[in-house]
Write a protein that binds this ligand. Structure first.
Ligand code: GLA
Length: 392
C-alpha cells in the first residue's frame, strides 16, 4: 500500500483561490495556511504545567479571502459543512453551522483587541485529516487568525495569537484544551520540534533534521467518544488531584507525593496523577535522548507513554492499542524506534518514529495488519516538521 500523499501547499492555495472565485466570484487578496500537529511525547500534560514535544506537520488548512464591502464574513468550505454567514458588527455567539464557531471565536478575539474587521468572503480547504487527533481545529483557528491579520494589516505577537486561538477553542468549541496545538500550529518551523514548557508558556525549537529518521502517522480513522466530554473529565481529574495533593503546580509533585496520597486521591484520580508525573519526566528525558541521538532510550519512553495513557489515563482505545502493538512487533530490528498514540485519544492517530530506509515497509505492515484485524483501511503518511501559520 502506498503512503498517503498530500497535495502541495501551492496546489492547496491555488485550489482555495479557485474555490473563492467559484463561490463568490472574487479574486483572493489574502491567503493563509496553518498546519496540524503531531506530538512525539508529552500527552495530556499541557494543561498540567508539563512539557510537550510536538511539531507542525506538512498538512494544512488553507483559506483564501477577499474583502466584500459588506459587514459580513461569508465563508464556504470544502471541509463538508454548509456555508456560513457571520455578521461582523455584533458580538459573536456560538451558533450554527457548528464548524463556523472556530471562526466566530477567532473573530471575537480580534474584536476584543479593538480591531474593526471589514466584511470578507473566504473559501477554506484542508489537507489535515479531521477527527484524527492531528489538531485540524487548531489549524483552522490559526489559519483564520492569519487571514484576519492579513485583512486588517496587522501582525500579532505569535504567543498572543496562539492564546487567542486557544481561547476561541475554549469559549466557542467548548473544549478546555491546553496550549500545545495552537502553539505547534503557530510556532512550527521546518526541521524543528517544539519543546513547550507549558508552565512558562515558552516554546523552544529543537533541531530535528536527521534524514535517517522518519515520523509515520497512522490514522486509525476511528473516533469513539466526543472529545469534549472525555477530555474535560480528564482535565477535571487532574485539577482535583492537584488540589488534594496540595502543591501549587504539577511540576512540584513527585511520584512519592502521588503514592503517599494514593488512597485519598482514590481511583481514577490517583492513576491520572501517576500519568501526569510520569509523563512530565518522560518528556524531559525524551528531549534529552533526542538531543544526544540516543534512540535506544527514546523507544522505551514512547512505549511507557502509550501504556500510561492506556492504563492510567484511559484515553486510548482498542484500535490505537492495536496499531501500537503492530509497530512494537516490527520492533527495533525492523526499523521501529518507538510508537505511541498521539493527541487527545479516544481514537485518532498513532505516531511511529522509525528508520527512513525501512519506513515504507513499516507503513505497509501497519496498514496490512491493521486491516486484517479490523477490516478498516487506515490512513498512513510520513510527515516532516514544517512552517507554522503564515500568509501564502
Ligand atoms: C488535545 C488538546 C491539547 C492536548 C492534547 C493531549 O489535542 O487540544 O491541548 O491536551 O489533546 O495532549
Amino acid at each position: 500500500m502506498p503512503l498517503d500523499l498530500a497535495p502541495s501547499l501551492a496546489d492547496l492555495a491555488s485550489d482555495a483561490a479557485a474555490g473563492l472565485k467559484e463561490h463568490f466570484g472574487a479574486d483572493a487578496t489574502v491567503t493563509a495556511a496553518a498546519p496540524g500537529r503531531v506530538n512525539l511525547i508529552g500527552e495530556h500534560i499541557d494543561y498540567c504545567d508539563g512539557f510537550v514535544l510536538p511539531f507542525a506537520i506538512d498538512r494544512y488548512i488553507v483559506m483564501a479571502a477577499a474583502l466584500n464591502g459588506t459587514n459580513e464574513a461569508r465563508v464556504a468550505t470544502a471541509l463538508g459543512g454548509e456555508p456560513a454567514i457571520l455578521p461582523l458588527n455584533v458580538q459573536q455567539q456560538v451558533s450554527s453551522p457548528k464548524w463556523a464557531n472556530y471562526l466566530r471565536g477567532v473573530i471575537e478575539g480580534f474584536q476584543q483587541r479593538g480591531h474593526h474587521l471589514p466584511g470578507f468572503d473566504a473559501y477554506i480547504l484542508s489537507s489535515v485529516p479531521g477527527g484524527a487527533g492531528l489538531s485540524s481545529s487548531a489549524a483552522l483557528e490559526c489559519c483564520v487568525a492569519t487571514v484576519l491579520e492579513g485583512l486588517v494589516d496587522t501582525v500579532l505577537d505569535t504567543k498572543e495569537k496562539a492564546l487567542l486561538c486557544q481561547k476561541a477553542e475554549h469559549d466557542f468549541a467548548g473544549v478546555p484544551c491546553g496550549i500545545m496545538d495552537q502553539f505547534a500550529s503557530t510556532f512550527g518551523k521546518p526541521n524543528r520540534l517544539i519543546l513547550i514548557d507549558c508552565k512558562t508558556c515558552e516554546p523552544e525549537l529543537v533541531p530535528f533534521e536527521n534524514p535517517d529518521l522518519t515520523v509515520l502517522i497512522a490514522n486509525t480513522t476511528v473516533h469513539h467518544e466526543l472529545s469534549d466530554g472525555g477530555y474535560a473529565a480528564r482535565r477535571k481529574n487532574t485539577e482535583d488531584g492537584l488540589a488534594l495533593i496540595g502543591k501549587p503546580s504539577w511540576r512540584d509533585v513527585t511520584l512519592a507525593d502521588v503514592e503517599a496520597n494514593w488512597d485519598a486521591l482514590g481511583d481514577p484520580v490517583n492513576r491520572r496523577a501517576r500519568h501526569v508525573v510520569g509523563e512530565i519526566a518522560r518528556t524531559i528525558a525524551a528531549a534529552e535522548a533526542l538531543a544526544r541521538n540516543d534512540f535506544e532510550a527514546l523507544g522505551p519512553l514512547m512505549a511507557a507513554s502509550h501504556d500510561s495513557l492506556r492504563d492510567d489515563f484511559d484515553v486510548s482505545c482498542l484500535e490505537l492499542d492495536l496499531m501500537v502493538e503492530i509497530a512494537r512487533a516490527i520492533g527495533r530490528s525492523g526499523g521501529v524506534i518507538g510508537a505511541r498514540m498521539t493527541g487527545g485519544g479516544f481514537g485518532g492517530s498513532t505516531v511511529t518514529l522509525c528508520e527512513s530506509r525501512k519506513a515504507r515497509e513499516i507503513a505497509a505492515t501497519l496498514a496490512t495488519k491493521y486491516h486484517e484485524a479490523t477490516g478498516i483501511t487506515p490512513q498512513i503518511f510520513a510527515s516532516r516538521p514544517s512552517q507554522g501559520a503564515h500568509l501564502v
